[in-house]
Ligand binder design. Structure first.
Ligand code: HEM
Length: 96
């Protein structure tokens, strides 16, 4: 395993907020604050994570980054980012 990969996520260990928080740009945080979601806040991201697409329409954070609906106007998340987000939000204690 190379070092860079290890830095992103240790094999077997759930990703932490320290990693996931780096996925949200200042633009993302600023745009989404107008819609009542604070992407800089672990608890708020978790509350809106919606791993099983239970939220109406295009869903919460996970369904939207997975489909590429969000970030609006930005770069689509990679499959690895989506997988890490899912593993993070369904882990035992995502916000520590
Ligand atoms: C990874 C980054 C982002 C995530 C995870 C995200 C997530 C979301 C979510 C969960 C909703 C639904 C809110 C609701 O139902 O109340 C939403 C809506 C919206 N977001 Fe974002 N967003 C991101 C980036 C952005 C950016 C950069 C912009 C502006 C350029 C933006 C503009 C909007 C707008 C206009 C809506 C309302 C329209 C719609 O529901 O499609 N978002 N976003």
């Amino acid at each position: 395993m190379n070092h860079e990969h290890e830095h992103q996520k240790q094999a077997g260990a759930a990703p932490t907020w320290a990693l996931i928080s780096t996925y949200f740009t200042p633009d993302d945080i600023s745009c989404m604050s107008d819609f009542g979601i604070n992407l800089a806040d672990c608890a708020d991201v978790l509350k809106n994570a919606d791993p099983n697409h239970k939220m109406p329409g295009k869903g919460g954070i996970y369904p939207r980054v997975k489909s590429g609906n969000m970030p609006m106007g930005g770069t689509k998340w990679t499959a690895e980012m989506c997988a890490n987000f899912l593993a993070w939000c369904t882990s035992a204690n995502p916000c520590g």
